[in-house]
Design a protein around this ligand. Structure first.
Ligand code: NAD
Ligand code: MG
Length: 396
C-alpha cells in the first residue's frame, strides 16, 4: 500500500523539497492533498504534476483562481478555500502522513488535528511545537500519532538516539545543537542596525523561506530549536547546548552519560531529513549529494558564549528564559518573534531590534497558563498586540 500524504505548505521551501523526494519514489507515496497560502501558479503546477485529490488555497480569491486553472487543465482535483480546510485534511481518514511545512503559528491547529487523529506527523513547522509545547506533545500521545522531526538538527538527534524514548533521559548527558552562525557570524555587531532584509536572507549554507532565513541570521531560529528539542525529546533545558559550526556538515550531536558523542553528518540539503522522516524506520534515496570527505578541509566550532557572539545573537538566551518561565512563555516568545521578523522584512524594524521586541514582549505580557488550544490562540494574539506596540515605539 502506498503512503498517502497531505503536504501543508507545499509551495514553500520544505514543501517543494518534500515533493522532490516523493517524485523519486512514485511506488511508495501518493500525494493526497496539497495546501498553500497564496501562490496559485506554483500550486497549479504541483497539481498538474502530482494530481492530488484535494488542493487548498487559504486565500479565497486564490482558491477560485486555482479551481479555474485546474478545470482548464482537465484536472479532477477538489479545490478548497480557507484555513479550516487545513485541519479537515490533516485529519482526513484517507491520509496516512501529514507533512507540516507551514511557517509560523498558523500551522498549529492543523498539526493538532493530525496529532489527535493519530497520523504520522512529519514536523518541519517548529513554531507549532514552540507555541503548543506540552499541549502539542499530549495530543501526540493521546492521539497515538507518530511524530517525526524534519528540522535537520532534530532529525540528526533523533537518528543519534537509541530507538526507545523511555531510555533517553537516563542515557543522555547533553543534546548539542549545531548552528551555522548565519550570514553575520563575523560581522561587527555594532553595524547590525544597518542590515537589510536581502542581506539577512542570504544564508551561507541553506536556501530557505524568508522567515527562517531571518531567524537564522538573528539566531532566533536556534532559540526556537532549543525549545523544539526540549519538547520533542523531553530533555531538561540545562542539558541542551548550542555550538557554532560554520560548515553545517554535522547536523547535531548527542553526548551520552559516558561522554561518548554520536553525531549525524550530511551535506546541507533538507531532502535528507525529509527522506528519513518519510521512510522511517527505513531509509530511501533522498537526492542529496554525498559528503566528499577528501574535499572537507575543516570542521570547526565556536562557542556561542564569547562576548562578541552574545552581542551578535542576544535572542538566543531567550529560549532558556522562556523554558524556565511558566508554560505559555514559549508561545509569547514565538508570537513576538513572528511580529518582529515580519516588521523587519517590511522595513518597519531594525534587524538589531528583533531581540529587543522579543525580550520586551516577554516582560510585558501577563497571562494565566493556557489550558487548551483556544486559550493558547488567545495568548498568541495578546502577545502579538504587545509586540506590535513595541515595534511602533522603536520604529525608525
Ligand atoms: P516558506 O515560506 O518557504 O513556505 C511556507 C509555506 O507555508 C508556503 O507553502 C505557504 O504558502 C504556506 N503558508 C504561509 N503562511 C501560511 C498561513 N498563514 N496559512 C497556511 N499556509 C501558509 O517556509 P519554509 O522555509 O518552507 O519553512 C516552513 C517551515 O519549516 C517553517 O516552520 C521553518 O522554520 C521550517 N523549516 C524550514 C527549513 C528550510 O530549509 N526551509 C529547515 C528547517 C525547518
Ligand atoms: Mg534547523
Amino acid at each position: 500500500m502506498k503512503q498517502r500524504i497531505a503536504i501543508l505548505g507545499s509551495t514553500g521551501s520544505i514543501g517543494v523539497n518534500t515533493l522532490d523526494v516523493i517524485a523519486l519514489h512514485p511506488e511508495r507515496f501518493e500525494v493526497f492533498a496539497l495546501t498553500a497560502s497564496r501562490n496559485v501558479e506554483r500550486m497549479h503546477a504541483q497539481c498538474c504534476q502530482f494530481k492530488p485529490r484535494f488542493a487548498v488555497m487559504v486565500d479565497a480569491a486564490g482558491a477560485r483562481d486555482l479551481a479555474q486553472r485546474c478545470r482548464a487543465s482537465g484536472l479532477s482535483v477538489e479545490v478548497l478555500a480557507g484555513a479550516p480546510a487545513l485541519s479537515e485534511l490533516a485529519q482526513h481518514p484517507d491520509v496516512d502522513t501529514v507533512m507540516a511545512a507551514i511557517v509560523g503559528a498558523a500551522g498549529l491547529a492543523p498539526c493538532l488535528a493530525a496529532a489527535h487523529s493519530g497520523k504520522r506527523l512529519l514536523l518541519a513547522n517548529k513554531e507549532a511545537l514552540v507555541v503548543g509545547g506540552t499541549l502539542f506533545m499530549d495530543a501526540v500521545h493521546t492521539g497515538g500519532a507518530t511524530l517525526l522531526p524534519i528540522d535537520s538538527e532534530h532529525s540528526a538527534i533523533f537518528q543519534s538516539l537509541p530507538p526507545d524514548p523511555a531510555t533517553w533521559n537516563a542515557l543522555v548527558d547533553k543534546l548539542i545543537l549545531t548552528a551555522s552562525g548565519g550570514p553575520f557570524r563575523t560581522r561587527d555587531p555594532q553595524t547590525l542596525a544597518d542590515v537589510t532584509p536581502e542581506q539577512a536572507c542570504a544564508h551561507p549554507n541553506w536556501v530557505m523561506g524568508r522567515k527562517i532565513s531571518v531567524d537564522s541570521a538573528s539566531m532566533m531560529n536556534k532559540a526556537l530549536e532549543v525549545i523544539e528539542a526540549r519538547f520533542l525529546f523531553g530533555i531538561a533545558p540545562q542539558r541542551i547546548e548550542v555550538i557554532i559550526h560554520p560548515q553545517s556538515v554535522i547536523h547535531s550531536m548527542v553526548q551520552f552519560v559516558d561522554h561518548s558523542v554520536v553525531a549525524q553528518l550530511g551535506t546541507p540539503d533538507m531532502r535528507a531529513p525529509i527522506a528519513y522522516g518519510l521512510a522511517w524506520p527505513h531509509r530511501i534515496r533522498s537526492g542529496a549529494a554525498a559528503i566528499d570527505f577528501g574535499q572537507l578541509t575543516a570542521l570547526s566550532f565556536e562557542s556561542v558564549d564569547s562576548a562578541l557572539h552574545r552581542q551578535r545573537y542576544p535572542g538566543l538566551a531567550l529560549a532558556w528564559r522562556a523554558l524556565e518561565s511558566k508554560a505559555g512563555s514559549t508561545a509569547v516568545l514565538n508570537a513576538a518573534n513572528e511580529v518582529a521578523v515580519e516588521s523587519f522584512l517590511n522595513g518597519q524594524l531594525r534587524f538589531d531590534h528583533i531581540a529587543v521586541v522579543n525580550a520586551e514582549t516577554m516582560d510585558r505580557t501577563h497571562f494565566a497558563v493556557p489550558d487548551a488550544l483556544p486559550a493558547l490562540l488567545e495568548l498568541d494574539l495578546q502577545a502579538r498586540a504587545v509586540a506590535h506596540a513595541v515595534v511602533r515605539r522603536l520604529a525608525p
